[in-house]
Design a binder for this molecule. Structure first.
Ligand SMILES: *[C@@H]1O[C@H](CO)[C@@H](O)[C@H](O)[C@H]1NC(C)=O
Ligand SMILES: *[C@@H]1O[C@H](CO)[C@@H](O)[C@H](O)[C@H]1NC(C)=O
Ligand SMILES: *[C@@H]1O[C@H](CO)[C@@H](O)[C@H](O)[C@H]1NC(C)=O
Ligand SMILES: [Cu+2]
Ligand SMILES: [Zn+2]
Length: 216
């Protein structure tokens, strides 16, 4: 009986450890294009997202060209539906139904990534980290979209009526749907996924072990 108990606990420990180890980061990509601008050029490029494990921050790299110099609102929008170009992607991804804000604000839409500032080269290549968006879990941004706006996002601080909804960032000059890029078989934390199963199995084995121990 004691041997069985030890074996059970060992199995549990192995499963628990397996649930905490990831071999490679989760990676996603969106390819962006947009409608012709006033000078007939189109914004193009990509945005990549890397998250090393569920619950961790996401590293965002934005590589775009043909963007007009200046600040442009940059958000995750709720839908991945391009049937009407950038206009059918819905509003800012906002599962908490709160006001629009800046990335560093306590109150913000999940999708509020602030502004990007483009210099005279009209090319941008920047990387930053956000701790609110996620590639995993119930609120994954996979299947949603990125949208670049014509104007500066006022971060909810302006006095326009749309300030607390959209940041009054104007039209949509480029967009793309966020898809899986990395070679990862299992995406953890997708509500009730493999992780939850592993966890409940671990709990079951502990309970079984305790019952056996009592019976000794
Ligand atoms: C993303 O865009 C940059 C700049 O245009 C390009 O060099 C890079 O190859 C692109 N990456 C992918 C995966 O398409
Ligand atoms: C303009 O931005 C690009 C891309 O982010 C950067 O490589 C370049 O050095 C910048 N140019 C100036 C003059 O700051
Ligand atoms: C807010 O409105 C006032 C009066 O209409 C205007 O003078 C001011 O520039 C506006 N501020 C911002 C940040 O838009
Ligand atoms: Cu937007
Ligand atoms: Zn917003």
């Amino acid at each position: 009986m004691l041997r069985l108990l030890i074996v059970t606990l060992a199995v549990c420990a192995t499963i628990c450890a397996a649930a905490q180890t990831r071999n490679s980061p989760m990676e996603a990509i969106a390819h962006l294009t947009g409608p012709p601008q006033s000078d007939n050029t189109q914004v193009k490029g990509n945005v990549t997202f890397i998250q090393n494990d569920c619950g961790q921050s996401v590293h965002v790299r934005i590589q775009l060209e043909n963007v007009m110099q200046g600040k442009h609102g940059f958000h995750i929008h709720e839908k991945g539906d391009l049937s009407n170009g950038c206009t059918s992607l819905g509003g800012h991804y906002n599962p908490d139904k709160v006001d629009h804000g800046a990335p560093h604000h306590e109150v913000r839409h999940v999708g509020d990534l602030g502004n990007i500032e483009v210099n005279a080269s009209r090319i941008i290549d920047i990387t930053y980290t956000d701790s609110v968006i996620s590639l995993s879990g119930k609120r994954t941004i996979i299947g949603r979209s990125v949208v670049l706006h014509e104007l500066e996002d006022d971060l909810g601080l302006g006095n326009h009526t749309d300030s607390k909804k959209t940041g009054n960032a104007g039209g949509r000059i480029a967009c793309g749907v966020i898809g899986i890029k990395s070679d990862v078989d299992e995406w953890p934390c997708r509500g009730g996924g493999a992780d939850a199963l592993r966890q409940s199995m671990s709990i079951v084995s502990i309970v079984v072990a305790l019952i056996i121990a009592r019976g000794l």
